[in-house]
Design a protein around this ligand. Structure first.
Ligand SMILES: O=P(O)(O)O[C@H]1[C@H](OP(=O)(O)O)[C@@H](OP(=O)(O)O)[C@H](O)[C@@H](O)[C@H]1OP(=O)(O)O
Length: 448
C-alpha cells in the first residue's frame, strides 16, 4: 500500500554496503538504522515478535510517543570547526594514500553556516517511515479513523528540525491512508518539548557554568584522546600540535554527517580506526551524561514537566477507558536528544553504577549509557497503555524495542505497579520548584 516508498527505492537510498565500521559509534549523530539494522533490508519492517501485546486479550487504549527529530545538518558551531579542519588539511597535509588525495582533490567542502541544524531529506524520511512502522505496530491506535477524527495529537518543539519532522510524520500517515486532501495541525509547545530552555536552575548551574562539563574538558587531555590526536595527525601527515581535540572531533563529525546525510562512506572516515572511534564515542557520551543525563540532578529534574504530562495523559486514558471511550488515542511529541535523555534519566533508565568521568574510560567499556544506542536521530520513547482482563498494563519501548522499567521485571507491568514505582516523582518533581533559583542569585554555581 505504501507506493511512495518501495523497498527497491529504500535500498538505493540506504544501502547495506558502504557503511563505515565507525557508524555504530556516532553517538547522537548516529543513524537510526544502526540501532535496528533489519531496517536496511526493509525500512518499513516491523519486528512483530518484539512488539507483542502483554497477552492476547489485551487491547491497546492509548499511546504516547516522544520522538527526537530526524537526521539534520550540523550546527553552525560544528560547521565552523569542519571548515577550520578542511582549510588546514587543504593547506598543509602532504599527499599520501588515495583517500588523502581524495580529500584534497575530489572532496569539496559543501557545508555552509546557514544549514545550522536544519532537517535534511533523510531526516524527513526518518519520520515518514517511523510513522508508517508505528501505524503497522499499533494499527488500532494509529489508524486512519483516529487520524480523521482528530484522536491523534501532534506536538513539537519550535525548532525548525522538529517542526519539519512532525510535518513529515503526518505526511507518512497521510500517504499511508490516501488522505492527502486533509490537513492536520500540530501544536508548538516549548515549555514541554524544550523544558531545558525554561529551567533557570539548569541554565545557571549547567549551561552557563563552565565547571559543569569539566569531565568533558578533562577528557581532552587524557592519554586516550592524545593517542587519537596522534593517530589522526600521522594519518594526515601533519604536526601533532596542529591537530587539536576540536579538529579531531570535527573530522569525526565529517565522517558521521557524510554518512548520515548522504549515505556515503567518506574519505574522512579513514582518519580513524575502531579503537579511536570508541574513544570519540565516549567523549560524546560524557557531554550527554553531564549536560543531559545523570551528571547533575537538575538535568533529570528539568524534565519533571514532561514526565507529569506523559503520566497525566496515561491517567486520563486510564480513567476514560472505564467509561468505554478514550478521547485522545495517540499523542506524538517531537523534540531533541536533550528532551529524551533527561526524561529517560529521570525515570532511571541506563544508569550505570559508576559515573562516567574523564579518568574511567577503560572501566566504562560495558556502560549502559551509550548514546549511539539510546538517542540516534529519530530516537523514540513509546508508552502503550493496554486494557487487559487483570487490569491496565503499561508497555514501554525505546527505538521500537521493549524495555523493562528499572526494578520491575515484567515487560508490561500493571499500570498501578508503574505508578507505585514512580510514586515519589508523581507526587513531587515539581518543575517550578526544581527549576527555581535560590533568591540569593547563583553564588554557589561553581561548587557543583
Ligand atoms: O554538538 P552539537 O552542536 O551538534 O549540539 C547540538 C545538539 O546536538 P547533540 O549534542 O544532541 O548531538 C542539539 O540536540 P538535537 O537533539 O536537537 O540534535 C541541540 O539542540 C543543540 O543546541 C546543540 O547543542 P550545543 O549545546 O550547542 O552543543
Amino acid at each position: 500500500r505504501v507506493s511512495y516508498c518501495s523497498v527497491e527505492t529504500v535500498q538505493v537510498l540506504y544501502p547495506r554496503k558502504n557503511i563505515p565500521a565507525l557508524a555504530k559509534y556516532f553517538g547522537t549523530k548516529a543513524r537510526y538504522e544502526e540501532v535496528n539494522p533489519y531496517l536496511l533490508d526493509d525500512i518499513l519492517a516491523v519486528n512483530k515478535s518484539l512488539l507483542k501485546p502483554p497477552s492476547v486479550n489485551c487491547i491497546p487504549v492509548h499511546l504516547t510517543a516522544v520522538i527526537r527529530h530526524g537526521t539534520r545538518y550540523p550546527t553552525t558551531k560544528n560547521i565552523q570547526k569542519m571548515h577550520r579542519l578542511y582549510d588546514l588539511v587543504s593547506r598543509e597535509a602532504t599527499n599520501g594514500e588515495k583517500w588523502l588525495r581524495d580529500i584534497k582533490t575530489e572532496w569539496k567542502m559543501w557545508y555552509t553556516e546557514d544549514m545550522d541544524g536544519q532537517i535534511v531529506e533523510k531526516g524527513r524520511d526518518d519520520h515518514r517511515h517511523l510513522a508508517v512502522r508505528l501505524a503497522r505496530s499499533f494499527p488500532s491506535l494509529i489508524s486512519e479513523e483516529n487520524l480523521r477524527s482528530n484522536r491523534i495529537k501532534f506536538m513539537t518543539s519550535s525548532k525548525h528540525r522538529c517542526v519539519d519532522s512532525t510535518v513529515a510524520f503526518i505526511e507518512g500517515l497521510k500517504n499511508l491512508w490516501e488522505v492527502k486532501d486533509l490537513d492536520f495541525s500540530h501544536e508548538v509547545n516549548d515549555p514541554l518539548m524544550r523544558f531545558f530552555d525554561q529551567c533557570r536552575r539548569f541554565i545557571e548551574h549547567v549551561e552557563k557554568n563552565k565547571n559543569a562539563l569539566k569531565e568533558v574538558d578533562l577528557f581532552k587531555s587524557t592519554s586516550e584522546m592524545k593517542r587519537v590526536q596522534r593517530n589522526v595527525a600521522n594519518r594526515l601527515r601533519l604536526q601533532y600540535s596542529k591537530v587539536t581535540p576540536d579538529l579531531v572531533e570535527a573530522a569525526f563529525y565529517l565522517c558521521s554527517y557524510e554518512f548520515s546525510i548522504k549515505s556515503v562512506n567518506s574519505p574522512w572516515c579513514n582518519l580513524f580506526d575502531e579503537v579511536d572511534a570508541k574513544v570519540l564515542e565516549y567523549a560524546n557520551d560524557l557531554k550527554q551524561y553531564w549536560k543531559r543525563g545523570y551528571g547533575h540532578d537538575i538535568n533529570r529534574k528539568s524534565s519533571c514537566i514532561l514526565f507529569h504530562d506523559v503520566f497525566s495523559r496515561l491517567d486520563r486514558a486510564a480513567h476514560e477507558i472505564r467509561f468505554g471511550h478514550v478521547t485522545e488515542a495517540v499523542t506524538v511529541q517531537v523534540g531533541h536528544a536533550e528532551t529524551l535523555l533527561p526524561l529517560l534519566s529521570l525515570m532511571g533508565f541506563y544508569k550505570d553504577e559508576t559515573p562516567l568521568t574523564a579518568d574511567n574510560y577503560a572501566l566504562q567499556g560495558n556502560r549502559t549509557f551509550r548514546t549511539s544506542r539510546i538517542v540516534p536521530y529519530a530516537a523514540n520513547l513509546v508508552f502503550v497503555l493496554y486494557d487487559c482482563e487483570e487490569g491496565l498494563r503499561l508497555q514501554f519501548l525505546l527505538n521500537e524495542r521493549p524495555l523493562t522499567f528499572p526494578s520491575i521485571s515484567h515487560s508490561a507491568p500493571l499500570y498501578e505497579t508503574v505508578r507505585e514505582h514512580y510514586k515519589d516523582l508523581l507526587e513531587g518533581c515539581n518543575f517550578e520548584e526544581e527549576c527555581e533559583l535560590p533568591k540569593t542569585s547563583c553564588s554557589k554555581c561553581s561548587e557543583l
